[in-house]
Write a protein that binds this ligand. Sequence first.
Ligand code: SF4
Length: 418
Amino acid sequence: MNKYDSELVSGLLNSDGFEMTDDIEKADVILVNTCSVREHAENRALSNISQLQSLKRRKPELILGVLGCMSRHLGDKIFEDNTYVDLVLGPDSYRKLPEFLKNRKRYKNVEYKEYETYTDIFPLRKDGVTAYVAISRGCNEECSYCIVPFTRGKERSRSIESIIDEIEKLLDEGFKEITLLGQNVNSYNYQGTDFPKLLKRVSEIENLKRIRFATSHPMNLSDGLIDVMAERENVCPYLHLPVQSGSNRILEAMKRNYTVEKYIGLVEKSMSKIKDLSLTTDIISGFPGETEDDHRATIELVKKVEFDSAFTFKYSPRDKTEAFGLKDDVSEDVKISRLAEISEIIREVSLKKNREWIGKVTDIMIEGKSRRSDSEVFGRTGGFKKVVLKQNNLSAGTIVPVIIKDATSQTLFGELVG
Ligand code: SF4
């Protein structure tokens, strides 16, 4: 979502006459877009911002701004403590940018606006074949560890027309794949149109080769959505379904509104209906009160479900959240060792799942040159698995059939078929 917001702000400034530069020394305006989801992300952003201070000293006319969730979370402090920062804007205040750049007075606006969807602004993407399209902003859930409902406010769904219009413009620009974005896409609702209906409508857009979406809350994963994924060929068989914990006790404390049994039921239903479905997840280790038994339950769940991959995190207490009132009683050492154990099992499971692809033929969409070598390109399967090919004459956006010859836990290696 932050990447999309950066593109949104670039689009807003581009229509106001600004151009992007990759050379920081040439920039007249530097905007740092920030995340508050974990303390680590905030500390990194603060360090990046303080490093820009010397640039500002050498070039006093440079405008330095801080955007995003951290502006809403810590905006007052950032503005007061860092006098070299000219501008602090929260996620709902980006329209103020052109006005500020005209007036050039130090300015802060971190208000939450319940109606803002930026529907009329076309984000500026770097050239490519895959693009994000936001379908909603904010979140109505109250997961007890999560700061997003505070930083991004209540959920607002974008109109169907504006989503379709943005995708059609992207196709005109040569994009082939879009990812529909929301904190919880499954709760999308615009004047009675729910997410499965929106997804079906989007899948009917001519020449749209591939559609993905993120993120799905298990609580709202409906039969209707599974059916659309199963029926529509250009909806990729890929589901990111954050489970967070394998213990019902912890899930309840996290206020996730599902049980492990319900989650496994959803996975089984999705797997049985959607061919070659890839499933990924998020896991938080060391939530307050997590015992060794709770941790073992998470390990068991990972082994049972066999996720294709997972994003794993140590619990990070965030003020403004309900869990902040709980004692952060799992020691740092225990958090680290539990996280390492989960990550190792996920690596083993990913390797096993990837090796199951060896000998199979699948379509991949080429995304660009491989990082390893100029004589290789890489692409992705519908299930979002990265495939490296010894070829250098295939352009980005081409969809080709490949046979998988080898696999690591992260990457498949293939050869063109035919
Ligand atoms: S669904 Fe829960 S974890 Fe996801 S953004 Fe909303 S509150 Fe945060």
